[in-house]
Design a protein around this ligand. Structure first.
Ligand SMILES: [Zn+2]
Length: 169
């Protein structure tokens, strides 16, 4: 079974739907083709090109996923593997308010951090060491891809770039 990548009007990837559903979106003028793909869909009376990527005509508001599981991989993906303290390459995650100081394990309190900053910060608060966050951590943004991610096609890459499937978890 093949799928079609659906983008929000803003080009954020939203989900993968069955091709037939994407064709319906096009027929209803709810979406436009971004990448045609090379597949043809045959029905009894006609053949239509099966779109590989479509984009919604109207922006759909997607709630942030505060319930998404907080995994190291997901946090690194959200933060583009950049340390929240020095912008260096991150490979650990840090609780901004340390758990030992009653910091909660929520998206707003976890950031990607390089091992060095993580180690230096230890169990201290930012205010105690005069550090600042380089960005405000939030729950991940998009519902991305879910079960369709294994269908990932080469011509989707430009649209998925920077949107790791780790966000799905
Ligand atoms: Zn760092």
């Amino acid at each position: 079974m093949s799928g079609t990548l659906v983008l929000n009007a803003s080009y954020e990837p939203l989900c993968v739907v069955p091709v037939r559903r994407a064709v319906v979106l096009l027929l209803l003028d709810k979406a436009v083709v971004e990448s045609a793909g090379d597949r043809v869909l045959h029905s009894e009376h006609l053949a239509v090109v099966a779109p590989s990527v479509v984009r919604l005509q109207r922006y759909v508001r997607v709630p942030r996923r505060s319930h998404a599981p907080i995994t190291r991989r997901a946090v690194l993906a959200r933060d583009h593997e950049r340390c929240a303290y020095c912008s260096g390459r991150a490979d650990t995650i840090d609780h901004v308010i340390p758990r030992s100081r009653s910091g909660r394990n929520v998206w707003e309190n976890v950031v990607a951090a390089c091992a060095r900053c993580n180690h230096r910060k230890a169990d201290r608060l930012l205010s105690e060491i005069g550090w600042e966050l380089r960005f405000t951590p939030r729950p991940p943004h998009t519902a991305i891809i879910g079960h369709g991610v294994h269908l990932r096609r080469p011509d989707w890459e430009p649209y998925l770039h920077g949107w790791s499937d780790a966000v799905v978890a």
